[in-house]
Design a binder for this molecule. Structure first.
Ligand SMILES: C[S@@+](CC[C@H](N)C(=O)[O-])C[C@H]1O[C@@H](n2cnc3c(N)ncnc32)[C@H](O)[C@@H]1O
Length: 214
């Protein structure tokens, strides 16, 4: 599905195609929730905007995406200079990443695209790749968002907690209400996702992951 999407659309028209990092991610990094040098993982990195920004902030960054078209576009980005991220095609649900390597992860709009039956598999794939105690910065469109435009799944904090239970602990959750309407100007500004009601969370990988209680 994702490969078809990257193959059929002009990349700059994708709603997450931006030149700047996702603002809530930039804020969380400036607040010190993850610190260089990493290594850190950008899960579902898409066209690589956040990965390039993280690399520019001193993080050893690996951007992964299940779509080969996304990774090809990320690698050929003209921003590639100086300290660059590594990009690789990888499905976090069946990942070939080294176990326990990454000291942090960021996820801007990847987890929230998954249907409910795949959410626990995502959490275990990520848990396997992260070192104990690693922070995972997760951003998703909120259950409270009722507008027509946006991703099909809008998760409550409880649904996210169920998916990560036993593997991660919440350290912080912040709700950001919707900011106005999605207008043509907002679409052109390439910041439509940041306009929707959303959550920013910091989860930490448990030292010894436990099976879920239910
Ligand atoms: C909404 S886009 C966000 C892209 C990027 N994080 C950004 O903010 O620009 C979601 C991305 O997650 C990727 N993705 C979805 N499921 C995935 C999986 N199981 N493993 C790795 N990447 C996945 C998709 O291919 C897509 O590029």
């Amino acid at each position: 599905m994702w490969d078809r999407l990257y193959g059929q659309h002009s990349l700059e028209k994708l709603p997450w195609a931006r030149q700047d990092p996702y603002p809530p991610l930039a804020r969380a990094v400036r607040d010190g929730w993850i610190a260089p040098p990493g290594p850190i993982l950008d899960v579902g990195c898409g066209l690589g905007t956040n990965s390039y920004w993280l690399a520019s902030q001193g993080f050893r960054t690996t951007g992964i995406d299940v779509a080969a078209g996304a990774i090809a576009a990320a690698r050929s980005d003209p921003r590639a200079r100086g300290r660059n991220p590594t990009f690789r095609v990888d499905d976090i649900l069946d990942s070939a990443l080294p176990t326990g390597r990454y000291r942090g992860a960021v996820d801007v709009g990847c987890f929230h695209t998954l249907p409910p039956r795949l959410r626990r598999g995502f959490a275990s794939g990520l848990c396997r790749a992260l070192a104990p105690g690693a922070a995972y910065l997760l951003f998703w469109v909120a259950r409270e968002e009722t507008g027509a435009w946006g991703p099909p799944h809008r998760l409550s904090v409880g649904e996210v907690a169920d998916a990560f239970e036993g593997m991660f602990r919440f350290r912080r959750v912040e709700y950001r209400p919707r900011q106005g309407r999605i207008t043509r100007t907002v679409m052109r500004s390439r910041r439509p996702l940041a306009t929707l009601a959303g959550y920013s969370a910091v989860l930490v990988r448990r030292d010894e992951p436990q099976p879920p209680r239910r």
